[in-house]
Design a protein around this ligand. Sequence first.
Ligand code: FES
Length: 214
Amino acid sequence: MSIEALIAEEQPESFAFTAANEKEIKRILAKYPPERKASAVMPLLDLAQRQHDNWIPMAAIEEIAKRLDMAKIRVLEVASFYTMFNLKPVGRYFLQLCGTTPCMLRGSDDVTRCIKDKLGIASGETTPDGQFSLLEVECLGACVNAPIVQVNDDFYEDLDYDSTARLLEALAAGKPPAPGSVAGRQGSQSAAGPTSLAGLKPKKARTARKARHA
Ligand code: FES
């Protein structure tokens, strides 16, 4: 995809960080030696995106470049490389669907199909009401509970066609369910329940102490 396709056609004239974010920027910059302040580029992009309705305008790219003494193109390179940064408006719910091998083997195609059936959008598209945007992304780092959809900051895991449909309905109703495994898995335990050391019963603390002193 060309860089032009990633960037919003309509741009605000200016961008200024809020007073609260100015404080946060000071805290972030204090972590780095002054000559290494370019290392703060990702946290500052994240701040700008959160402040600006989940997308980063070019005026914010310029502002960040100025503050970090970086060329504007270097900041834009970072912002356009990572799918976590949006350079044009996205829906209220930004769905990032993982289509990498483990998620694909565990049914991400069914999740894609459900989103297409229920919302009528494919990767890179937003529903006409501005509620949902979809982007297919590479591994989200939660393969053990594949397939995964990230909704804004939250992960929904172990999805299939039906549970994706229920998730979309809940989001449309403005009632996002608790994030995590929709199959009720605890953390990343085996789908069949605990399998390691399952036969061991924890010793009572007192018994263990006695055994040590015996
Ligand atoms: S492959 Fe989907 S989270 Fe890693």
